[in-house]
Design a protein around this ligand. Structure first.
Ligand code: ZN
Length: 218
């Protein structure tokens, strides 16, 4: 079973649903030539796709274009359905660093055919994840810097201040569709600078005041 570790917490959380938000930063929408969505785009990764600090990404043989997407991850500590916007923060136990690995070539093909994205987003090792810091230790999660480098070369450098749908609105909206339970994770979208990784690369994602996540590509 995959678990999420809350630093200083009494127990690990068995990971439930991993709900991910697509196109939540204008600069990333522009770089892929997509349109700004009317409502948040939601997709899921299975818990089986999670790997931790120091582990290896295995790019599936059916792709030649695996992209990194550094994202702020939320750990749900208290469940709820249709959580009001002004109550959302009480449901978040911690914040972590995630990389939403995406097989861009496969995703493009699926999009073109109107097919679901899971095989491009939910494969084994598709969700590198750090430990979570307690929510109380991040005074303003809506204003933290997200960076990602590959082999020491900077690729992504953004801020959660640039989210289109902010954390409180996102979680409230999502919980109106999917009841949230402790151990569910929400990946809040990626800023610009996404790009390919290949065998042998070392990928480091960092969110100021939240953590650092280092993984390599097998
Ligand atoms: Zn993403």
């Amino acid at each position: 079973m995959k678990t999420a570790r809350l630093i200083g917490g009494e127990r690990d959380y068995p990971i439930g649903k991993i709900l991910c938000i697509g196109r939540n930063y204008a600069d990333h929408i522009a770089e892929l030539g997509n349109a700004v969505p009317e409502r948040p785009i939601i997709f899921m990764k299975p818990a089986s796709s999670v790997i931790g600090e120091g582990e290896e990404i295995v790019i599936p043989s059916y792709s030649n274009d695996c992209h990194h997407e550094a994202e702020l991850a939320l750990l749900i500590g208290t469940g709820g359905t249709a959580i009001p916007v002004d109550r959302v923060m009480q449901h978040i136990a911690g914040y972590g660093v995630a990389i939403d690995l995406t097989l861009r070539d496969v995703q493009s093909e699926q999009k073109k055919k109107g097919l679901p994205w899971e095989i491009a987003k939910g494969f084994d090792t598709a969700c590198p994840l750090s430990a979570f810091v307690p929510a109380a230790s991040v005074p303003n999660p809506q204003d933290v810097r997200i960076t990602l480098s590959v082999n020491g070369e900077p690729r992504q450098d953004g801020s959660t201040a640039l989210m289109i749908n902010r954390i409180a609105e996102l979680v409230s909206y999502i919980s109106g569709i999917f009841t949230l339970v402790p151990g569910d994770l929400i990946l809040t979208g990626t800023p610009a600078g996404v790009g390919p990784i290949k065998s042998g690369d070392k990928v480091v994602a960092e969110i100021s005041g939240v953590g650092r996540l280092s993984v390599s590509v097998a």
